[in-house]
Design a protein around this ligand. Sequence first.
Ligand SMILES: N[C@@H](CCC(=O)N[C@@H](CS)C(=O)NCC(=O)O)C(=O)O
Length: 218
Amino acid sequence: MVRPMKLVLYDYYRSSASYRVRIALNLKGVAHERVPVNLLEGEQKDEAYRALNPQGFVPMLDADGERLTQSLAIIGWLDRVFPEPPLLPADTAERAHVVALCLTIAADIHPINNLRVLKQLAAMGIDQSGRDDWYRHWISEGFAALEALAAPRAGRFLFGDSVTTADVCLVPQMFNARRFDVPLDFYPTLVRADAAASALEPFAAAHPDRVAPAETPG
Ligand SMILES: N[C@@H](CCC(=O)N[C@@H](CS)C(=O)NCC(=O)O)C(=O)O
């Protein structure tokens, strides 16, 4: 039995790394509060927030005063503290495969399309259309690799027939891809797994449209 714990998630509704943690919290059925950090207004760089998370990123999860950062580290922590349902396979080789799927997204696609990278491209004189091409390029290249890696062992979800952390990473990245009109026809395994996972309430309840501040335009 897990002792009662106060969990506070610092996040931004459209941050895909935050979206991953919202999904994981929902899958575990863990009660938590949310503190929005407005990335477009630069609140992540405020001194007060940086005093909590020196990296100036969301998400951050405060667990009874223990401040956890990095979405995959937070999800790994949640999986240890709240073991049901498990988000990684028990088998060592299968676990390594699922972690590889996660990192293809979280380490190789997502960071180069981060807000600070897009801002730096703008500062270097790359216009909006060039920045959008950049964004689409890295998702398309990453998704091609992910499709090839995932397809042989995919089932209903990205790995097999149970939700894993790979689906937790996939769904927010697919949301980003659609926002930027990335053509998805080449990635049937990703599209199928995304649809199956997104239909589940823990995923649906974490969607940016469901958690956006009331005054945010659609
Ligand atoms: N590797 C980190 C990435 C976190 C991250 O990139 N967060 C973005 C939002 S998705 C952020 O806070 N960006 C702020 C900025 O770029 O200034 C994680 O997985 O938690």
